[in-house]
Design a protein around this ligand. Structure first.
Ligand code: HEC
Length: 235
């Protein structure tokens, strides 16, 4: 479930690998639900409209209007938020960025690692820090689901003899409402969704790719028969 992705660095650790699947509509649907409920208080995905999202994800537009739109936004509107930038700066010290393209800029393994490595840190304004994003200005919004972890660090000697602090392991301080496996799936779903918003064309390309391969496989049969027929007369 949690493996290093070829040693790519995610801040203080090697990135975990996000085994997401853009073809998994159920996962994308769970992802957008989580995103709207837990993230859109602060983050927009302003290049994505509700309408496009519901069409791509196979969601009924009436249901989207009823269950996923909490503002007076209409189905054709982009998924923006109403938080004034000035307030955000005061509350978080920085603006929560738009997340439309974050899977492209950060990579999905980074996103997955980020969502799984919040840990208790009393020196921070929200009481948490993050292994992938040092001194992050975002609270651990999934704390009620995941629980709160403590990060244990150990001192190791670097190649040049200097002492460096490296992450050792997590210890659970308080339980969340989800099991570790369930939380892992929730994070995968939200990362999958953000991977989709980063490039909606991927979904189309994805199913087109499968069709092209199928076509080539089917084409192989007459091509093979033709080759056989062709060489029959030569021998
Ligand atoms: C209470 C407000 C708030 C909520 C809710 C929130 N975030 Fe954030 N988020 C922030 C702030 C503020 C930052 C900027 C942190 C910084 O720069 O130090 C941030 C940064 C991020 C980043 C890093 C972006 C980058 O490339 O620098 C990601 C990814 C992210 N949030 C994902 C999420 C997801 C996914 C959710 C929902 C599960 C979520 N956030 C919910 C406030 C929030």
């Amino acid at each position: 479930m949690v493996q290093a992705a070829g040693g790519l660095s995610c801040g203080k650790i090697d990135c975990y690998k996000a085994n997401t699947d853009l073809d998994n509509k159920a996962s994308l649907q769970r992802g957008v639900k989580l995103f709207v409920n837990y993230c859109m208080g602060c983050h927009s995905t302003k290049y994505m409209s509700y309408e496009r999202m519901s069409t791509d994800l196979g969601l009924d537009k009436e249901l989207v209007l009823k269950n996923l739109i909490f503002s007076d936004a209409k189905i054709g509107d982009y998924m923006t938020i109403a938080m004034p930038a000035e307030d955000a700066k005061v509350w978080f010290g920085t603006l929560p960025p738009d997340l439309s393209l974050v899977a492209r800029s950060r990579g999905k393994d980074w996103l997955y690692t980020y969502m799984k490595t919040f840990y208790a840190d009393d020196s921070r304004p929200f009481g948490v820090n993050n292994l992938a994003f040092s001194d992050v200005g975002m609270p651990h919004v999934f704390e009620e689901l995941e629980g709160l972890k403590k990060a244990v660090f150990k001192i190791e000697e670097g190649a040049d003899g200097s002492k460096v602090e490296v992450f050792d392991k997590f210890e659970l301080l308080t339980e969340g409402s989800m099991s570790a496996a369930k939380y892992d799936q929730a994070v995968l779903d939200i990362v999958n969704y953000l991977d989709y918003t980063g490039e909606p064309a991927k979904l189309v390309r994805y199913s087109l790719g499968v069709k092209v391969i199928l076509f080539l496989i089917i084409l192989l049969i007459p091509a093979y028969l033709m080759k056989k027929a062709f060489w029959e007369d030569v021998h």
